[in-house]
Design a protein around this ligand. Structure first.
Ligand SMILES: NC(=O)c1ccc[n+]([C@@H]2O[C@H](COP(=O)([O-])OP(=O)(O)OC[C@H]3O[C@@H](n4cnc5c(N)ncnc54)[C@H](OP(=O)(O)O)[C@@H]3O)[C@@H](O)[C@H]2O)c1
Length: 162
């Protein structure tokens, strides 16, 4: 399955155009664990800016990592996911999220929404995740965790019965 995973703060904030550290503007061990549990042993896709800040070498030990460039054959990756029985996770950043939302049908969009008690650093140039409802996705499930809620969205028309 093709999945998208993202963590958002208030107003869908996801990061800074010029990310520092690991790119995240907050700390939540449990949210990182949630991300790890879902992506483990699967295929993770990153844009170049995000790939510069996430611990890619560490990730490669437990996941198949693909750093996208404009010439990457996405269909080849999708076929590889099917033949290896692995999920493919679109892991950002914003440019990559927007690209897949626009051009691909995503089977599941998994959004962590941080609770208000999590401190969020103020970005210089904030980046905001788009509203997936505008891309034809609908909320399928909402689950509460300690630091965040997890919302799962699916494409509206794929579950319409004829
Ligand atoms: N909160 C979260 O869950 C989360 C998750 C991931 C990332 N982030 C944040 O997102 C921010 C980075 O996002 P970003 O949009 O600046 O960068 P990005 O999406 O990580 O990378 C963008 C780059 O990827 C390359 N690229 C590959 N395929 C492309 C395509 N089909 N179309 C366009 N470009 C393509 C381009 O590099 P070239 O220009 O060299 O071709 C482009 O500049 C950081 O702040 C990061 O921390 C947040």
């Amino acid at each position: 399955m093709l999945k998208l995973i993202v963590c958002t703060a208030k107003n869908n904030l996801i990061g800074d155009k010029n990310p520092q550290g690991n790119g995240l503007l907050w700390h939540s061990k449990s949210e990182l664990l949630h991300y790890k549990n879902l992506t483990l042993n699967n295929i993770v896709l990153f844009g170049k800016t995000t790939a510069n800040v996430v611990p890619i070498e560490l990730m490669k030990k437990t996941r198949e990592v693909v750093i996208l460039d404009r010439d990457t054959d996405i269909n080849k990756i999708l076929h590889h996911g099917i033949s290896s029985n692995k999920d493919i996770f679109i892991c950002g950043g914003l440019t990559i999220y927007e690209y897949f939302l626009k051009y691909f049908q995503i089977d599941e969009i998994i959004i962590s929404r941080l609770k208000d008690h999590i401190t969020v650093e103020k970005p210089i140039t904030p980046l905001y995740f788009p509203d997936v409802l505008n891309y034809g996705y609908i909320l399928k499930n909402r689950a509460e965790h300690d630091d965040f809620f997890v919302e799962t969205y699916i494409k509206e028309d794929i579950h319409v019965k004829v």
